[in-house]
Design a protein around this ligand. Sequence first.
Ligand SMILES: *Cc1c(COP(=O)(O)O)cnc(C)c1O
Length: 440
Amino acid sequence: MSPALINGDSAAHTNGQNGIKKPQTDGFGTRAIHVGSDPNPETGAVIPAISLSTTYKQDGIGKHKGYEYSRSGNPNRDALEQTLASLESGGAYALAFASGSATTATVLQSLGPNSHIVSVNDVYGGTFRYMRRVAEANQGLETTFLDLETADDETILASIRPNTKLIWIESPTNPTLRLIDISRISSLARSHPSNPLVLVDNTFLSPFYSSPLLLGADIVMHSLTKYINGHSDVVMGALIFPEHNITVFENVKFLQNAIGAVPSAYDSWLAQRGAKTLHLRMKAHGVNALAVAQALQKSPYVEEVIYPGLTSHPRNELAYRSLSPHARKFIDSLQSTEDESESGGFPYGGMISFRIKGGAVEAEKFLTSTRLFTLAESLGGVESLAELPAQMTHGSIPEAERAALGIGENLIRLSVGVEELEDLVADVEQALEIAVGKDL
Ligand SMILES: *Cc1c(COP(=O)(O)O)cnc(C)c1O
């Protein structure tokens, strides 16, 4: 299925000219564009055709070209899965799903009845809902929610039971951007006799900034809806597995087909097209977000800025230490051309949260005064978005829990897009002036 792994940073891929396999060790951007995207051997088309057929001719019973029925396998989905397996460093196999949520549901179902899992406490709302309101009732899944950022080793080890099958990590978390040390949690899981799988939802950083499989994780999941597709026009999800987890991969693949949690050919084609520019977009998202975070930090109208790339973020050192090899190369090349004292941080994805001075009134005024940041849920598209987690993405969390997680009425979340940096900074500054400046 997908290319074998040569080393952590670069996956081998075959350049399908005349079927001759040419193993290569290419960089991230090269893999994004070439893996899973060989020219069509019959027509020469450089871009894969969209294969809408649901069924495939057999030359004799059971004699076919690898495809029988499109729920079980489709050329566009296969092509996208090859791209994804190659982009997630350390990955060998990928599965694409109809949504991030279908991905979550299928992987949790694969754990079987009466399992236990440990999950980071401020996990994505839809994931929390599936764990607590669906999997608990339907398969007896028990979940221990832990603050995996601050919990000490003893607490984490004590939370692992004989039937603990999985540890679910999101890093950074949403919307308070807490960073979890993936290497540390993976070593703890390995050291316990239950040896649970470690799954990282890598949606927020994308495979460009973070490579959890290289840090010891067993499975990576993505909502492709966000950065990987990147154009806010596809809902999809994916799982990526390293070579040594082929059994888990096969088990989940069997379930995916049985459940039918598959994406359409057209969406697969669009997501692959999006993924080809992931490296370009993620660099621009990061550079823009750092500039916006620095502008927010300087503003008298802002109480606190949360961006793990800022040197003021409490876990800025962990952010740097856990960068993917390709992101580190990008960031180091930026910093060597800059005056170190001026930089004050490095690009680390496109998500920022900040607390505006004042409360709900100022927050809403800000959110309705931006010209380029659109007030909307979701994230990861080329266009900049802004939202109020307390009333939008996290509105269903009880108020006391929201307060404990630090999601107050003045916490604003930004998904910084790839527009021109100066325009985004100016937009945020003018909206702050309208929202708070006039009050002072
Ligand atoms: C959006 C999102 C999901 C769910 O994905 P859908 O494609 O919306 O179903 C899961 N995890 C994270 C971190 C997300 O942002």
